[in-house]
Write a protein that binds this ligand. Structure first.
Ligand code: SF4
Length: 118
């Protein structure tokens, strides 16, 4: 018997409520309730390889902190590793919004970028 999973699409503020039908091995076979194709892509990713944007802060050399985020989503299973690397760096004191603080963090292909000025 096919399993179902209910998901809220988080790609845009519309927040479509979706029903995903899963095969016996957990793979999505159908998505309903999505207003656009991005919802189906999100649902498929969420059921097979969930990803998230990581937001955090990085300490500057002066001791102040600057807010940061990954510039693309990273696998949910790598979030802890990404946080450990974020916590291990010191940013320059002249950091500006958009500056790359860590390139290709944990080999995810994502950069950690500043989201505020110091
Ligand atoms: S399915 Fe499309 S319209 Fe609906 S929340 Fe996702 S991105 Fe937005």
């Amino acid at each position: 018997m096919a399993k179902e999973r209910l998901l809220t699409c988080i790609v845009c503020p519309r927040g479509c409520q979706m029903k995903v039908t899963l095969s016996d091995d957990g793979k999505p076979t159908a998505v309903e309730g999505n207003f656009c194709k991005r919802g189906a892509t999100y649902a498929n990713d969420e059921c097979t390889n969930p990803k998230r944007t990581v937001t955090s802060t990085v300490r500057c050399k002066s001791g102040d902190v600057v807010s940061v985020k990954t510039d693309r989503t990273v696998p949910k299973g790598k979030m802890l590793e990404v946080m450990v690397e974020i916590n291990s760096v010191l940013a320059d004191d002249n950091v500006k919004i958009g500056d790359i603080i860590i390139e290709n963090v944990c080999d995810t292909g994502a950069n950690v970028v500043a989201t505020s000025n110091h």
